[in-house]
Design a protein around this ligand. Structure first.
Ligand SMILES: NC(=O)c1ccc[n+]([C@@H]2O[C@H](COP(=O)([O-])OP(=O)(O)OC[C@H]3O[C@@H](n4cnc5c(N)ncnc54)[C@H](OP(=O)(O)O)[C@@H]3O)[C@@H](O)[C@H]2O)c1
Length: 275
């Protein structure tokens, strides 16, 4: 495993995403992922699978301090009172005393950002979250959180893959010591036939998806959290620590990087223009 330094905490650079995994499918997939060697699990209140994630972790026998678990506060829970209440409910479902990282899932205009982040900082102080951060924040909102509000956030989780440049977010995050967690790193499965990735993969005997993930985790301060329901896919995604892309590969991938955003709900903020 490779690690990313998040303000002094070692975060496994490759994590396991759980969006749209529910019920037994979720607990089985998480349990298999832990058996394969994943130690970083991504869940959220909105995924309605925290209990299954918690069950799989408990049954795996993997020690809590070997794991890095992230959950996210949903948009309807961003008032100070609901941040505390909903996180306590998340911890109960997860069967945990703390999460390693607590994120605000999406920015919202309903509650002032300062109120939400202050409540999240209180949870950190109480030891219920070891670190706090945000998700789906463009640079403008990262700047508001850090420079106006003074929040000590450690991570921004955003959509990031070979077809979506996140250069402004990456530059700002690195400047301020945040990690960027790449969600939908396989472009929700849509990048798995990409001819450039296929071509590169042939040289290393790797699949396009493995090249897409390797490209992410080779970057400083970047972690990636692919989701895979099947054990076969989860295992394949984990087998990316035995090769390294060269400059020619990086140039070929840079040439196809663009603006292909796959997650863009009605409540999304105004995104950064790709650099
Ligand atoms: N913060 C946010 O707002 C946000 C938004 C989106 C996602 N996320 C997080 O990021 C995680 C990953 O993103 P995602 O689920 O959108 O998409 P993704 O990881 O880019 O792609 C998942 C899709 O790729 C398929 N797949 C995975 N590995 C494969 C392989 N080796 N070969 C062939 N197909 C493969 C999966 O199929 P099977 O499942 O059938 O194996 C699934 O259909 C989520 O689960 C969630 O934890 C966060």
């Amino acid at each position: 495993m490779q690690y990313v330094d998040m303000k002094g905490t070692k975060v496994p650079a490759l994590g396991f995403g759980t969006w749209q995994l529910n019920g037994n499918t979720c607990s089985t997939a998480v349990r298999k992922a832990l058996d394969i060697g994943y130690r970083h699990i991504d869940t959220a209140q909105a995924y309605e699978n925290e209990a299954e994630v918690g069950r799989a972790i408990a049954e795996s026998g993997v020690a809590r301090d070997e794991l890095f678990v992230t959950t996210k506060i949903w948009m309807s829970n961003t008032s100070a009172k609901n941040v505390i209440k909903s996180t306590e409910e998340s911890l109960k479902k997860l069967h945990m005393d703390y999460v390693d990282l607590l994120l605000l899932h999406w920015p919202t205009k309903v509650v002032p950002l300062a109120e939400t982040l202050k409540a999240m900082a209180e949870l950190r102080q109480a030891g219920k979250a070891l670190a706090i951060g945000v998700s789906n924040f463009p640079v403008r909102l990262m700047r508001q959180a850090i420079e106006e509000i003074g929040a000590d956030i450690a991570c921004n989780q955003v959509e990031y893959h070979i077809a979506l440049s996140q250069q402004p977010v990456l530059d700002y995050a690195r400047l301020h010591g945040l990690i960027v967690t790449a969600y939908s790193p396989l472009g929700r499965g849509k990048l798995l036939e990409h001819p450039v990735l296929k071509h590169i993969g042939q040289r290393y005997d790797k699949t396009p998806g493995q090249v897409a993930l390797r490209w992410l985790i080779e970057q400083p301060s970047v972690a990636a959290i692919p989701k895979a329901a099947s054990e076969k896919n989860a295992r394949q995604n984990f087998e990316i620590f035995d090769f390294k892309l060269d400059n020619k590969d990086l140039e070929a991938i840079a040439a196809i990087s663009g603006t292909q955003r796959l997650i863009n709900p009605s409540w999304a903020p105004e995104w950064d223009q790709a650099a």
